[in-house]
Design a binder for this molecule. Structure first.
Ligand code: NAP
Length: 299
């Protein structure tokens, strides 16, 4: 158990982004299975469910309500700040009036009078973070939001956010293969702010056996996914929200709750360069760059 604001929840939660169609768009292939997965997670002791109005859009929040309302003892964390136009298409919109409408939509869809944790999904490069958070503070004063969190921030943005709003959580990408937010995590540890690690399994890469991950897992009689989750959970500030559509994977991931890594495990994992991940990421970035060049040439 650990705290997000004044709420005590176990630190291993569930992300709901994948409970949609391809490209985080529309309904999942089997909505009944998605609802069953959410209920199974609650049965197995998951208390933190991370969602967003933009997942679907609206689909994931609707499924969360259908499966889990009235959320007895559960913390449903949602977010606002993106508009969606199609699969894989995300447009930032963190203007004050847009966030107000987004939050009111989430309240309706989730069947809540107050959202326990409302997170600004990103800092919109066209809108000062003070304007976006100012809107959330107003909603908090009106009793529609209990706690405010931010996502995808660097230290400077977190500092600016804290001036405007009492920030209780930061949700950034963090895993064995994505450690760019280490300094933000250090700050959260120091200030007693919850750090919610998204993509803690490196989008699935860290659930497959390779190198040091495989040997540490074998030593503990655990799986690579469990070791990867135990690794992010070493910091007491961290909450992890692995995503899955599989109840077998859900149960496996929750097996990380009892796993404690030793110093030698951590050292071995630190020495691993994850070359396959880097190569895959490099190829993806090159493809995206080529796509952008083609789009420019077409214009
Ligand atoms: N704030 C933000 O900007 C932001 C951005 C992205 C995501 N998020 C949040 O973070 C959550 C998690 O992130 P994510 O889903 O992108 O990445 P992730 O949790 O690192 O990885 C999910 C992937 O891992 C696979 N997986 C999970 N458990 C597994 C296991 N035990 N064995 C094998 N494969 C396994 C899943 O496939 P299966 O479905 O087949 O298990 C899925 O492909 C999201 O649901 C969302 O709530 C937030």
């Amino acid at each position: 158990m650990s705290r997000i604001g004044d709420l005590d929840v176990p630190r291993l939660g569930l992300g709901t982004m994948a409970l949609t169609g391809r490209g985080t768009w529309g309904d999942p292939a089997d909505p009944a299975a998605a609802r069953a997965l959410l209920r199974r997670a609650a049965e197995l002791g998951v208390r933190l469910f991370d969602t967003a109005d933009s997942y679907g859009p609206e689909t994931a929040e609707r499924l969360v309500r259908e499966a889990l309302h009235p959320y007895d003892g559960l913390l449903v964390a949602t977010k606002g700040g993106f508009r969606r136009h199609g699969p894989h298409e995300w447009e930032a919109d963190c203007r004050a009036e847009s966030l107000r409408a987004a939050c009111e939509g989430s309240l309706r869809r989730l069947g809540l009078e107050r959202i326990d944790l409302y997170q600004l999904h990103l800092v919109d490069p066209r809108v000062p973070v003070e304007e976006s958070l100012g809107a959330l503070v107003e909603l908090q004063r009106e009793g529609k939001i209990r706690h405010i969190g931010v996502c995808n921030v660097d230290e400077g943005q977190l500092e600016r956010a804290n001036v405007v709003a009492p920030i209780v959580s930061v949700q950034n990408r963090y895993s064995l293969v994505q450690q760019g937010s280490r300094s933000v995590l250090d700050r959260c540890e120091r200030d007693g702010v919850a750090f919610i690690a998204w993509a803690p399994l490196g989008k699935g890469f860290l659930a497959a056996p390779s190198g040091a991950l495989a040997s540490v897992a074998e030593r503990h009689g655990a799986t690579p996914a469990q070791v990867s989750l135990a690794w992010v959970l070493r910091s007491p500030a961290v909450f992890a929200i692995p995503g899955t559509v599989s109840s077998t994977h859900l149960e496996e991931n929750l097996g990380a709750r009892g796993l404690e890594l030793m110093d030698e495990d951590v050292a071995e994992l630190a020495s691993e360069g994850f070359p396959a991940y880097r190569a895959r990421r490099f190829a993806r970035m090159a493809r995206a760059r080529a796509g952008r060049v083609k789009a420019r040439l077409r214009r």
